[in-house]
Design a protein around this ligand. Structure first.
Ligand code: SF4
Ligand code: FES
Length: 237
């Protein structure tokens, strides 16, 4: 079948302003949108820039906006596309070129939540063991591949007045350590999260949950962080 794509193009070194370019690609219905973009780059226009690596929903590098919804072209089947598909870079972030955006602010926020185990005491028998229930609690959060689709879809992150909000992806990672039974950094983590630009910045708008390609219940996890902050501050935990 013929796939018609309208693709956002912008090279700041050449173009005065962004524009859209139309492409047509022959593709199998069971192929993915990412295959079409690769075909364009290999066979029609080597100047088209986008990120990709694994091609299978694992690396998180190919986040983009497809017909107005942030997602992964490696997970979008050709047969699910309409007569013409609009392909744009993730919103919120500065465009470096075409579909490639500057994710440094995204990873800066990710690093700010201390995305590592804080466990200064030594493990009693050389291992930090967890029960199946303790591991199960983290299973949703550890599926995150840091694709940034949630953060770029969040209306709070999109609003210039609240753009300093940590964003759903950083909060998912914060959940992963806040609720890790081996972690000893609760006080530090609560300090980072208990502020307007932290967990309380979430307005429960569910956009993050709607777009997450790994089906993580992002909004619910942020709600659990808020509850934990309240419990810790009341001294009930
Ligand atoms: Fe991507 Fe989902 Fe992780 Fe957000 S929570 S970065 S949408 S995988
Ligand atoms: Fe790796 Fe899509 S290319 S997640």
């Amino acid at each position: 079948m013929v796939v018609r794509l309208k693709v956002f193009r912008f090279d700041p070194e050449i173009d005065e302003k962004p524009y859209y370019k139309d492409y047509e690609v022959d593709a199998e219905p069971t192929g993915r949108l990412l295959d079409c973009l690769n075909r364009i780059r290999w066979e029609q226009d080597p100047t088209l820039s986008f990120r990709m690596s694994c091609g299978h929903g694992v690396c998180g590098s190919d986040g983009m906006r497809i017909d107005g919804v942030c997602g992964l072209p490696c997970q979008k089947l050709v047969k699910s596309l309409g007569p013409e598909t609009l392909v744009e870079p993730l919103p919120v972030f500065r465009v470096i070129k075409d579909l490639v955006v500057d994710l440094e602010p995204f990873f800066e926020r990710y690093r700010s939540i201390k995305p590592h185990l804080i466990a200064p005491s030594s493990a009693s028998d050389g291992e930090r063991r967890q029960s199946p229930e303790e591991i199960h609690r983290l299973e949703d959060a550890v599926r995150c591949i840091l694709c940034a689709c949630c953060t770029s879809s969040c209306p709070v992150n999109q609003d210039p007045e609240t753009e300093d909000y940590l964003g759903p992806a950083a909060l998912v990672r914060a959940f992963r350590y806040l609720f890790d039974s081996r972690d000893e950094g609760m006080a530090q983590r609560i300090d980072i999260l208990d502020r307007k630009a932290g967990a309380w910045g979430c307005q429960t708008l569910w956009k993050c949950t709607e777009v997450c390609p790994k089906e993580i219940p992002v909004t619910k996890l942020i709600g659990q962080i808020k509850r934990k902050i309240s419990e810790v501050k009341k001294g009930t935990r």
